[in-house]
Design a protein around this ligand. Structure first.
Ligand code: LIP
Length: 278
């Protein structure tokens, strides 16, 4: 019987228990999502803007994840992108993006993910303590995992970020918001950034962008206006691979800014992002 758990120091075996549960559920959900896509998929609704879309598969995936979690850990909380909310009695809350990269999913671009994180404390990026994380790309089968203090993995391979590189030789991943006004600002900022870095990658899925930092596929990532479910799991995976994941001014990563890079590169990256008005 797990008593209500303080956010201070969770037992290591709890993190592994949470990880294996999240992994099994993410893989099952991934199979369901890929199968559903085979039958064709369309926009079910628009959310914060005409281009912020949701499909019925996003909703079905969230419902499946929530049901499976409640079967095993009924006292845990739930905080999902598609609106499911459950307060926690156990001190643990699941922060879930059932399909991260929904636009990629809609267009059949094989670069989207099931993202599940278990956090201790409130589902607030400014205070939560991430314990376990899974990000799976159900098309490629790539399974990224991490536990707090337990390292980050791609399958069985332990992950480590790239060695720090000068910004001018850095490959940077980023993304754009769903609001027209913010996209205008982000587009202008990217035009100012481009001549100062090796190149930019816009891959469309924040959780996989953070896993790209963790696996050394990019040198750094930044994006603003992310929601907690977009970065909860990916941030723990990048952190456990050696990256510093933060916001501006020493804040934690959140909707104002999420950036991830080698600890020796974060300051220079933050300075340039300020300078370009990112
Ligand atoms: C998406 C993020 C992506 C961002 C998009 C959107 P969604 O999440 O993964 O990085 O650029 O605007 O937030 O909506 O597909 O779950």
């Amino acid at each position: 019987m797990i008593e209500r758990m303080s956010a201070a120091s969770p037992p290591a075996d709890l993190s592994s228990e949470l990880l294996s549960l999240a992994r099994a559920i993410a893989l099952e959900t991934g199979r369901m999502v890929v199968e559903a896509r085979r039958g064709g998929v369309e926009v079910a609704d628009r959310k914060s803007s005409p281009v912020d879309v949701v499909t019925q598969v996003d909703r079905d995936a969230e419902q499946l994840i929530r049901t499976r979690l409640a079967e095993v850990r009924p006292r845990d909380g739930f905080f999902g992108e598609e609106g499911a909310r459950e307060p926690s009695e156990s001190g643990i809350t699941w922060v879930v993006d059932p399909i991260d990269g929904t636009v990629n999913f809609l267009y059949g671009i094989p670069h989207y993910a099931i993202s599940i994180a278990a956090v201790a404390g409130e589902p607030d990026p400014q205070s939560w303590r991430a314990l376990a994380a899974v990000v799976v790309n159900p098309v490629t089968g790539e399974l990224f995992t991490a536990t707090a203090g337990g390292g980050a993995y791609l399958g069985a391979q332990k992950l480590a970020i790239r060695a720090p590189a000068p910004l001018a030789e850095s490959l940077i991943a980023t993304g754009f918001a769903y609001s027209e006004k913010t996209r205008l600002e982000q587009g202008a900022a990217i035009a100012r950034l481009l001549p100062r870095v090796r190149d930019i990658r816009r891959m469309g899925t924040a959780s996989l962008d953070l896993c790209a930092v963790a696996s050394g596929r990019v040198d750094a990532y930044f994006e603003r206006t992310l929601s907690p479910w977009d970065h909860a799991a990916g941030a723990l995976i990048a952190t456990e691979a050696g990256a510093r994941v933060s916001g501006f001014d020493g804040r934690r990563a959140d909707h104002l800014m999420t950036l991830a890079a080698h600890p020796d590169s974060v300051e220079a990256l933050e300075a340039v992002l300020r300078d370009i008005g990112a």
